[in-house]
Structure formats: structure tokens, C-alpha cells
Design a protein around this ligand. Sequence first.
Ligand code: B4P
Length: 188
Amino acid sequence: MSRLIFLGVPGAGKGTQAALLAESQGIPHISTGDILRAAVKNQTPLGVQAKGFMDAGNLVPDSLVIDLIRERLQEPDALKGWILDGFPRNVPQAGFLEQLLQEINQSCDRTVNLDVADEVVVKRLVERGLASGRSDDTEDTIRHRLQVYREQTEPLIAFYRDRGALVTVNGDQPMDAVTTALKAAIAV
Ligand code: B4P
């Protein structure tokens, strides 16, 4: 059983690797980005509120994602483990998660930081934007997302390092090499 948090710049491969690992471990892959994109597509009240923030490359307000995570982590399939991809995204979200895990008698085993240089992810995401039409994968918005990452998400590396649970994996390798390195890092 694993309970893992994935950190990394936008486009580091969090979604890609979290999906593979969750499948191999038989635990849910919980991506706040995927949940929000589905809400936008279905024009739910959550999606209507989130769309403008996402299109601009900003974080959606904490209150929207916090409620969503509180409910999702208490669904039956999440009792045996989970991979959180894209959450927490800032220090207040990390503080909320710590408190929630205490309330539900769970703890996170590892936080994985997928390390990839900015210019590599800009290229990856521009390519994905051209292939998928994802509205936040344009070069200007990607660079803004990287700035938001530096200001709001990067401090979580120190937050989890202080708690002794952080492992860093080089995400700038072929996908199967990243998967192998990741499995080795979380087995330690
Ligand atoms: P996310 O969906 O989390 O998007 P992301 O950070 O860009 O990462 P993503 O999962 O897409 O990329 P991946 O690395 O898998 O967030 C989108 C938006 O949602 C945010 O900007 C924000 O507005 C909102 N949001 C989400 N969570 C939030 C929260 N907690 N609080 C507030 N707002 C929130 O992959 C990128 C590409 O690289 C793919 O095309 C993939 O095929 C490719 N790739 C992966 N690994 C590779 C490798 N090893 N080599 C080459 N290419 C690779």
C-alpha cells in the first residue's frame, strides 16, 4: 500500500507517471487537474468557477480544491492508498492536507519531486498544446504557470524535506527510465 504525493513543475510528467504507478499498485490516481478539467468540460458549478483561473494559468481558489480532496480521500477506493497528483499546490493546501490526514488516521509515505528543467517542459507542453488543443498549453500561459509554480508550489519542496519524506527523481529521461527510477526511489 502506498500513499504518495507528486510534486514537479507543470509538464514534469506527474500525470504520466502517477497514472502508471497507480495502475501497477491498484490504487487511485487522484489528479486535481483532471478533476477540474472534467468539471469544466461538463460545465458543473465547480467547472464554471474554475475555468477562468485555469485558462489564465493561475491556481483555482483553495476552497474549491480543498472540498474536492476532502471528499475524494474518503471514498472507499482511497482507503487502501492513493497517489495525489497536482495537490497540494501551495503551503495552505499542504497544511490542510496534513490536518485532514490526521483526522482520517492516514499518513503520506513519500513525496516525490519530479525534477525537469523549465525549457524542457516548455517544449513538451507547447507540443501537447498543439496536439490536444488544451487551452492552458500555449507558450505565454505555460511560462506564467512556471512563475506560479516558483512562487506558490516550489516552497513545498522544503516543506516536505523538513518532514523527511521527500525523494527527488530526474524526470528528464525516457518515460520508462523515469518509471524505473521512481519505483526504486519509493521502495527505499
Ligand atoms: P495540472 O493538470 O496538474 O497540470 P500540470 O501541472 O501542467 O501537469 P500535467 O499533469 O498536465 O503534465 P504531465 O507532467 O503529466 O494543472 C492544470 C491547472 O489546473 C493548473 O494550472 C491550475 O489552474 C489547476 N489546478 C490543478 N490542481 C490545482 C490545485 N491543487 N490548486 C489550484 N489549482 C489547481 O505531462 C506533460 C506532458 O509531458 C505530456 O504531454 C506528457 O506526455 C509529456 N511527458 C511526460 N513525461 C515525459 C518524458 N519523460 N519525456 C517526454 N515527455 C514526457
